[in-house]
Ligand binder design. Structure first.
Ligand code: DAT
Length: 182
């Protein structure tokens, strides 16, 4: 009998999160190149700006107040279709059903300070983010929003870390596809 083509698996939704400067965008770009399935990289912060999904801009903090309802409405069809990397420092607003994997990047706080200083952040914003990293704010948010079996915490301090992390996520995607390709 003719062999049936394998059922086409949906591609996963990968949330890449962590304090600003921990390496989300760098990881997302490498992951996109290395992934065995096409993944669209969505830098959510840029999306919010480009699509005007904010309520206002806070000059003091140099940041946008995101219109979360509008943002979720825009992202919903993409999350449902799968095959995306959601790159954002806030991850606890995504519905629990969206992500297949949530990666929380971590970085030593003094290293993070240097990265944010190079980025030209105002001191206040560097301090705020540095403190958030020390207090594990993103990790706490993620842990209270998603089941533990889809959450992984990865160190992002060196280029070796970066390569190992990307390789690990690629392996995870391959395993995920086998599980979902039946
Ligand atoms: P994020 O998207 O989380 O704000 P990024 O990817 O823009 O962070 O990275 C911030 C800076 O730090 C950038 O210059 C790249 C560097 N960086 C990030 N992760 C790194 C790693 N694991 N090893 C070396 N440099 C890294």
């Amino acid at each position: 009998p003719p062999s049936m083509p394998p059922a086409r698996a949906r591609a996963p939704v990968v949330v890449l999160t962590g304090t600003p400067g921990t390496g989300k965008t760098t990881h997302a770009q490498l992951l996109q190149q290395a992934s065995p399935v096409p993944l669209q990289h969505i830098n959510v912060g840029d999306w919010v700006k480009d699509k005007g999904l904010y309520q206002d801009y806070d000059d003091e903090w140099q940041s946008y107040t995101v219109d979360e309802d509008k943002l979720l409405d825009e992202l919903e069809p993409l999350a449902a279709a799968g095959g995306i990397i959601l790159d954002w420092h806030t991850s606890d607003i995504f519905p629990e059903r969206w992500p297949d994997l949530v990666v929380v990047l971590r970085c030593d706080h003094s290293k993070l300070w240097d990265r944010l200083e190079k980025r030209g952040y105002p001191l206040k914003k560097i301090q705020e983010n540095n403190e958030a990293e020390i207090m594990e704010v993103v990790l706490d948010e993620v842990r209270s929003s998603y089941p533990p079996e889809i959450v992984v915490e990865l160190q992002s301090e060196t280029t070796d870390d970066l390569e190992a992390n990307v390789a690990r996520i690629v392996q995870w995607i391959e395993a995920w596809r086998e599980d979902h390709d039946t």
